[in-house]
Design a protein around this ligand. Sequence first.
Ligand code: THU
Length: 124
Amino acid sequence: MTDNELADLSIRALKNAYAPYSGFKVGAALLTKSGECFLGCNTENASFPAGICAERAAISAAVTAGFKEFKKIAISGGKNGVITDYCTPCGVCRQVLSEFCGKDFKIITFNGKNIKAYTLGELL
Ligand code: THU
């Protein structure tokens, strides 16, 4: 799967985001080393810490299905679901990614027009 295809899937996930408190909708598409793709979206809660980011939701979906080896993740996010800037994972999500992924794990971000890729090592 190409980086652009994975970014498209992250946009599909973003459309299901539940973000009534921040209004900031995020979608993530996580590709396993064996080629499966898992989606996640941020799911907020009236109690802020009970909410979960899109990236961790995608990891949780993959782990639940029995997959723990990952190749890359694409992330899209924007206010009211409108993507205008690159969205990189928060510190907690970087930490959770580092539980399963090596330093060369690829993180693909999208600003609505272009993609920009990082390695997990660069962001940690
Ligand atoms: N959020 C994500 O889901 N992923 C990110 O990479 C950045 C932030 C969510 C958390 C919260 O629901 C909203 O975006 C605003 O921070």
